[in-house]
Design a protein around this ligand. Structure first.
Ligand SMILES: Nc1ncnc2c1ncn2[C@@H]1O[C@H](COP(=O)(O)OP(=O)(O)OP(=O)(O)O)[C@@H](O)[C@H]1O
Ligand SMILES: [Mg+2]
Length: 259
């Protein structure tokens, strides 16, 4: 589904993404791990089109996409949930999810915000898709709740529901479990496992290796912009280069503390 070949992107003198190649198969949940500054978020921005590569190619379902703008990539089915929470306070949960429909609707976000006619014609369809996304993320009972009153774990699920409302084929998740603990963390991991069973292809960035290993089919490890390991969770866990990259921050069970 996604094929990245020899991608390079630098900032000043720093090669944030340095000759990265990576392929993700349809319906796979791929983990992407690596220490702070490894280039994980930069790689995501290159895939969504928010950043352009200096070298290398990106294909999605066999078609080169590195020349396309972010909106065009979203229309092809690439969605992202960002590392920082982007929810609209003062709006309900379902309204926040409906925002994600912009990839397949014909009107612009501005038309929706100003409540122009084209938006009203499409609104029932958008609401229906948003309801389905809320069901997928088990958030139905909070549809009409102001989003800022939800606990952090559910706000993260709202971000995922918003991405699902865009009908993605590939979902990029940038640290969806950051700041969550215990039960909330488990619920999020169950949600991602459930989406995987539904056949959604995902690329998951997370600092907690145990979290990733529990649900990922395969794991790719980045360190200072380069792929240093790739394989099954068990293979990656046993890899000496990976252990070295994480040395100092690893805990007894192999988990790396989130920030
Ligand atoms: N917009 C930017 N301008 C300048 N440097 C940047 C920019 N974005 C990222 N970098 C640098 O590129 C490198 C990779 O950063 P990136 O955010 O991709 O890492 P990351 O793996 O997502 O880290 P984290 O785990 O902290 O989120 C870092 O050295 C970072 O300082
Ligand atoms: Mg990051």
């Amino acid at each position: 589904m996604l094929q990245i070949e020899r991608l390079v992107r630098s900032f000043g003198g720093v090669r944030a993404v340095d000759d990265v190649s990576l392929s993700v198969a349809a319906s796979e949940l791929r983990g992407l791990i690596g220490p702070n500054g490894a280039g994980k978020s930069t790689l995501f921005s290159l895939v969504t089109g928010h950043l352009r590569p200096e070298q290398g190619t990106i294909s999605f379902e066999g078609r080169p996409i590195e020349g396309l703008r972010p909106a065009a990539r979203a229309r092809l089915g690439i969605a992202i949930t960002f590392q920082t929470v982007h929810l609209f306070r003062g709006m309900t949960t379902i309204e926040n999810v409906m925002v994600g429909a912009h990839s397949w609707t014909h009107h612009e976000f501005v038309e929706a915000a100003l409540r122009l006619p084209r938006h009203f014609r499409e609104e029932p369809r958008i609401r229906e898709r948003a309801r389905a996304a809320l069901a997928q993320t088990r958030l139905q009972e909070w549809a009409e709740t102001p989003v800022e009153s939800l606990p952090l774990g559910r706000q993260r699920a709202v971000q995922i529901a918003r991405a699902l409302c865009g009908n993605p084929k590939l979902l990029l998740l940038d640290e969806p479990a950051a700041g969550l603990r215990g039960e909330e963390r488990r619920e999020l991991s169950d949600l991602l496992a459930h989406l995987r069973e539904e056949g959604l292809t995902m690329l998951l960035v997370e600092h907690d290796i145990a979290f990733v290993n529990r649900i990922a089919d395969r794991v790719t490890v980045l360190d200072v912009g380069r792929v240093i390991a790739e394989g099954s969770p068990a293979e990656v866990r046993a890899n000496k280069a990976v252990i070295a990259a994480y040395l100092g921050s690893a805990t007894d069970d192999g988990a790396v503390a989130g920030r």
